[in-house]
Design a protein around this ligand. Sequence first.
Ligand SMILES: NC(=O)c1ccc[n+]([C@@H]2O[C@H](COP(=O)([O-])OP(=O)(O)OC[C@H]3O[C@@H](n4cnc5c(N)ncnc54)[C@H](OP(=O)(O)O)[C@@H]3O)[C@@H](O)[C@H]2O)c1
Length: 265
Amino acid sequence: MNLTQKYGKTALIAGASECIGAAFATYLAASGMDMILIARRPEPLQELADALMKKYEVSATCISCDLSDPDAAQNLLNNLKDIEINLFVYNAALPYIGAFENSTTEYNGKMAATNMVTPMHLVHALGKCMLEKGKGAVILMASLAGFQGSGYLSVYAATKAFNRIFAESLWYEWKDCGIDVLACCAGATATPGFINTHPEKTSLFAPKVQTPEAVVEECFQQLGKSASFVTGSGNKLASFIMQRLMPRKLAITIMGDTTKKMYRL
Ligand SMILES: NC(=O)c1ccc[n+]([C@@H]2O[C@H](COP(=O)([O-])OP(=O)(O)OC[C@H]3O[C@@H](n4cnc5c(N)ncnc54)[C@H](OP(=O)(O)O)[C@@H]3O)[C@@H](O)[C@H]2O)c1
């Protein structure tokens, strides 16, 4: 698919500085898209932008901001008011692994803001502009954790369920308006976010950890074809068994037990 012909020339990637976000930026730069890259830390973001501009004939502008800030979406929209965004990827997310009662109200609020509220406001504003143009694309990162109750990931998993349901709903509303919306439901992916949690392998049959590049490649194969999808064949099989063949209580128990074992909780 020629992305610039189908959607336009400019992409916005929130959570772009490393791994899945950087893989999105690299894929889009290789497709000839100019881009605006967002993350908190300016240095890795600028390094990536410089490398992409050097390798591909595209422009890459960096905006350093904290997407958990209550004004983040409005400040970004003010910053972007003269730029037409044709493809929007929301990849940033705050994780939390552990007992719910040990989390803090402040961090839970930041998770809800980063993972749900800010993307909701951005999709609302950017989607309206795409609808006026009659073309555009929105990709939201979701997770296998959001398919059922996921003990010790409770708030994170619930925010990821939000991302999937939100994207699927908009896929339906906008499918005949030229806007492709997709939720990418990833399983374990080799990112610092995942590796820094020092997960233990739980069984020989656990789905293989994917590379960020494989996740992104599959995302663009699915964009325009699906409302949501599960990445990788191992994850697809695990998800099929857990969602379609198992009683829900068993699926929730397996998920909680696996997380407990993985993180020695
Ligand atoms: N890794 C996995 O195994 C896995 C599995 C399923 C789903 N996912 C989903 O895939 C996405 C990416 O995961 P990841 O593991 O690659 O995450 P990550 O390594 O933590 O990277 C997330 C990106 O978002 C930025 N970011 C995080 N919080 C931010 C904030 N408050 N404001 C602005 N930027 C922020 C980070 O840069 P800064 O730190 O500089 O801000 C980074 O560029 C997430 O939506 C996650 O839920 C990941």
